[in-house]
Design a protein around this ligand. Structure first.
Ligand code: UD1
Length: 351
């Protein structure tokens, strides 16, 4: 029973860390292939060490370039590796270029494909992540969803139930297992009250006008609450190119345990990350999502997460600050990895 797991971006290391142990417990051999999409130590290697993930057997060292160029290079490099490893299943996570490259290389090589975190939809057809996730779902043999609404999205698109496995969210498993290990980055002194800010999505930082609007509105917000921001390299490059500064205490990209440490101390989260929206919910912190929409619609329904444009940021900040919030379970019970590994083992045994 052998699987190849293809990963490459920070959120995928987190999900793989939650799943890998369960695969071992089910007697499944896992070969990790790192595309190299994220490569700085604080965006990649440190997560493997901190979360006890095995070193990848193959590292393709592919990053940079346009989305098309990056995806194509990954596919080319993956083809011979998949052929050599000849797994019973290929696993991909989420919605990055690594996800799509892995999915296409797997199916073109006639391997069975597993998509974890399937069925998420922003319904923004030109968004890089939406293209990646829709196409990956379409060619996957097994779709593992994090929530009921993700399963419903797949059913609406004609997927049948034998393909859909609703096992909850791996990120919730990892959160529960590691909350006690939360820590602060060395030497960092935090304000007594602050909002945790992250901003990195292409639609927010790659268009100069949009980035400038965010900086302007965040400046106004910073007069009401201090902001602390671990800065993504994409955003750092774009800010430097426009000679802009975020009105925040800037930190380097943080480890998983350090993000948990900030979440504990933050009174609010402002983010355009899909993963951090969920983690703020798990940590029972309200969240302003700096996007037009979110694929995590159940967070909006809970009332603890509000979508914001630069123009509505101030108003939504006041609205969310004045409410008290509840955080009922939405993404399973923290046993997602066991559930996924169980179904994969059955599949690999031909049952
Ligand atoms: C990717 C995903 C996004 C996900 C994010 C998580 C796609 C289309 N997007 O975006 O969905 O939310 O990962 O972080 O796949 N860079 C470094 N060092 C690194 C990593 C990146 O300097 O370790 C630089 C790259 O060279 C590039 C920029 O940051 O200039 C963007 O990196 P890229 O991997 O293309 O996309 P992300 O913005 O990280």
């Amino acid at each position: 029973m052998k699987v190849v797991t293809i990963l490459g971006a920070r959120p995928q290391f987190i999900k793989a860390a939650a799943l890998s142990k369960a695969l071992k417990n089910h007697g499944i051999e896992e070969v990790l292939v790192h595309t190299g999409q994220h490569y700085d130590a604080n965006m990649s290697g440190n997560f493997f060490k901190e979360l006890g993930l095995d070193s990848p057997k193959h590292n393709l060292d592919i990053h940079g370039g346009t989305d098309t160029d990056q995806t194509a290079r990954m596919m080319q490099a993956l083809e011979p590796i998949l052929k050599k490893e000849a797994p019973g299943l290929v696993i991909v996570f989420g919605d990055t270029n690594t996800t799509l490259a892995g999915a296409l290389a797997a199916k073109k090589g006639a391997f069975s494909l597993v998509h974890i975190e399937a069925g998420m939809r922003s319904y923004l057809p030109n968004q890089a992540e939406e293209i990646n996730r829709v196409l990956t779902d379409r060619i996957s043999d097994l779709c593992f969803t994090s929530s009921f609404s993700a399963s419903e999205n797949l059913r609406k698109e004609g997927f049948s139930d034998p393909q859909i496995f609703e096992c909850g969210d791996l990120m919730y498993d990892l959160f529960l297992q590691n909350w006690e290990k939360r820590t602060l980055a060395e030497g960092v002194v935090l304000p007594s009250r602050f909002a945790l800010l992250t901003l990195h999505r292409q639609e927010n930082v790659d268009q100069p006008d949009r980035l400038e609007s965010w900086v302007r509105e965040l400046q106004k917000l910073a007069e009401e609450i201090r902001l602390v921001c671990p800065l993504h390299p994409r955003t750092q490059k774009r800010l430097a190119a426009q000679n802009l500064n975020l009105p925040a205490q800037i930190l380097p990209p943080l480890s998983y345990f350090q993000i948990l440490g900030l979440l504990e101390r933050a009174s609010l989260v402002l983010t355009d990350s899909g993963g951090l929206q969920k983690e703020s919910y798990f940590a029972k912190r309200p969240c302003l999502t700096l996007r037009e929409n979110t694929e995590w619609t159940e967070l909006l329904e809970s009332g603890s997460n509000l979508l914001c444009s630069p123009e509505s940021l101030a108003e939504n900040f006041r609205a969310i600050r004045n409410e008290s919030h509840r955080f009922p379970l939405l993404f399973g019970h923290g046993e997602s990895a066991q559930c996924i590994a169980h179904h994969l083992a059955l599949h690999l045994q031909g049952k």
